[in-house]
Design a protein around this ligand. Structure first.
Ligand code: FAD
Length: 498
């Protein structure tokens, strides 16, 4: 991070600290190694995409036994937060903006042992859970009572609900179930001064003053540690149907989306798209030898995956089939398939969900997640490609080995990913500058769902005006005057740092 320097006011971890934490927390709750690159600690210092690496020497894990008592009231959490020791909350460490790994030697607070489902109201579907519950486990737990988590994403087997809230994750079903800002009813948060903000409301309506939980949703661990979550879970759909279609242009993707809204309306639960290079990624790196479900002599330029969730399987399937037929008749789609069983459904989803991981197998992979007006989404990929092809930088043996585009059409959310042939900060900067300048020029947002973290430091003003940024900085300084909560992230500096 050439533009960042360590805030010298933060203490460096010493043996006394380590002994203290071991005494109050127990041996097993503290992972410590003088070498931040050692096997024991490197996994916590490195992000999922292997782009960002910190030099922390300590990871604190909460003790399982303590989960029977209310963890958030555990006063042992307080000393870390009270001292001038900077901390980074870490959930499943699947974040894409480098927010969950230290920049320098901040202590990592790992949330994975806080994984208790505290209660589930079977009438309202409101679940109250620890922040370290893995998203997929939460979904399984509520499914027993006929509910589902209103959020689904490729990293569901690893990411935590606390991490989802801290990044305000969007995911695959946003088009149907909306944002966590709407679905989260209450949070329990430990503030940097040790205060426990116990605000785990299970009420759907509550207009008593400022809605403070909203501040923490998407705050990326910079204001406090989320320890508990109260979330509304909708009725689990009795029937899920899925269709994959092949199309020749991004224009056709938009036509198919407009028609899906009209024809499938309230049962439409996901509308994803990806380009033909994304298919190549999955077939080369993730599913070699597996036949792509739509086999034509020549790949189509684009693919879209549509999911419906409703109450009557045959009825929804019929609707989806009729929709697909109309696309084929009007020459909007060139080919399509409707999934016949669970196995086929999982197989179709795999071609979408494996794209990001597949990209990491070519080399260090950089991800963008911009919001733009829907007609502009793929234009950005074309413009980026054009720009860097002219410079001779895209191709199998070049700087950017692969450049692809995919995303959540219904939410106006595009992911561009570039796999590079080496870990080079300048390669990322060149792409950042081009993509964020173009996005800002077209009134988009530099982050639709992944957050700012460390990867977008400096680009916040591309999406937010100065008075907004000033108020954000004031709030941060008020809640965390020493700046110990996930320092450098979002703002790039710590309040009071020279
Ligand atoms: P982490 O990566 O551990 O942390 C993310 C941020 O939240 C960090 O700033 C961290 O400090 C903070 N944090 C974590 N836990 C807490 C806590 N308890 N209290 C306070 N702060 C905390 N994202 C999407 O939005 N949509 C997608 O469709 C999507 N698909 C993905 C697919 C794949 C294959 C992968 C690898 C990632 C994907 N992501 C997606 C990104 C990522 O999964 C989400 O951002 C997720 O919400 C991160 O959760 P986590 O538990 O891994 O958080």
């Amino acid at each position: 991070y050439p533009e960042l320097k360590r805030d010298s006011r933060f203490q460096s971890l010493n043996d006394k600290h380590v002994d203290y934490f071991r005494t109050v927390l127990g041996e097993n709750s503290v992972v410590y190694d003088k070498d931040p690159e050692s096997d024991t600690i490197l996994q916590y210092n490195t992000d999922w995409f292997n782009l960002y690496r910190g030099t922390s020497r300590q990871v604190r894990k909460f003790k399982k036994e303590r989960q029977n008592t209310n963890m958030a009231n555990d006063s042992n959490l307080t000393p870390v937060l009270l001292a001038w020791l900077a901390v980074v909350p870490q959930g499943g460490n699947t974040g894409v903006s480098g927010g969950a790994v230290p920049v320098f030697d901040e202590i990592i607070i790992k949330m994975s042992r806080m994984d208790r489902i505290r209660k589930l109201d079977q009438v309202s579907g409101v679940a109250v859970v620890d922040a370290g519950v893995i998203l997929e486990n939460l979904d399984k737990a509520v499914s027993e009572y006929g509910y589902m988590v209103p959020l689904d994403l490729g990293a569901k087997g690893s990411c935590h609900i606390g991490g989802n809230i801290s990044t305000n994750a969007g995911g695959l079903r946003y088009v149907r179930y909306g944002s966590l800002h709407g679905n989260v009813l209450g949070l329990e948060v430990v503030l940097p001064d040790g205060t426990v903000l116990e605000n785990l409301s299970t009420l759907r309506k509550d207009n008593t003053g400022y809605d403070l939980k909203q501040l923490f949703i998407g705050s990326e661990g910079t204001l406090g540690i989320v320890t508990g979550v109260s979330i509304m879970t909708p009725q689990r759909a009795k029937a899920t149907n899925l269709s994959l279609i092949g199309l020749d242009s991004y224009e056709d993707i938009q036509k198919a989306f407009v028609r899906a809204k009209a024809d499938l309306s309230d049962i439409l639960s996901a509308f994803e798209f990806w380009d033909k290079d994304s298919v190549e990624v999955v077939s080369e790196k993730m599913l070699p030898g597996v036949q792509f479900p739509l086999s034509s002599e020549k790949p189509y330029e684009f693919y879209a995956l549509l999911e419906t969730q409703g109450s009557r399987k045959e009825h929804d399937e019929e609707k989806l089939e009729r929709y697909l037929e109309s696309l084929l008749e009007d020459n909007i789609a060139k080919d399509g398939v409707v999934s016949q069983d669970m196995k086929q459904t999982q197989n179709l989803w795999a071609w979408r969900e494996m794209i990001p991981e597949g990209m990491t197998k070519y080399g260090p992979a950089i991800t963008y997640d911009v919001s733009l007006d829907i007609p502009l989404l793929y234009k950005l990929v074309e413009k980026t490609r054009e720009h860097f092809e002219k410079k001779g930088m895209i191709g199998p043996d070049k700087d950017y080995v692969k450049l692809i585009g995919f995303g959540h059409v219904g939410d106006g959310n595009l992911h561009i990913m570039a796999a590079t042939n080496r870990n080079d900060y300048n390669l990322q900067k060149q792409l950042d500058n081009f993509i964020y300048t173009w996005t800002a020029k077209h009134s988009g947002s530099v982050s639709a769902e992944h957050g700012i973290g460390i990867s977008k430091i400096g680009y916040l003003p591309y999406s937010k005006k100065k008075p907004v940024l000033d108020l954000m900085a004031k709030l941060k300084a008020q809640i965390d005057p020493r700046g110990i909560m996930n320092p450098y992230k979002i703002f790039g500096s710590v309040p009071g740092q020279d």
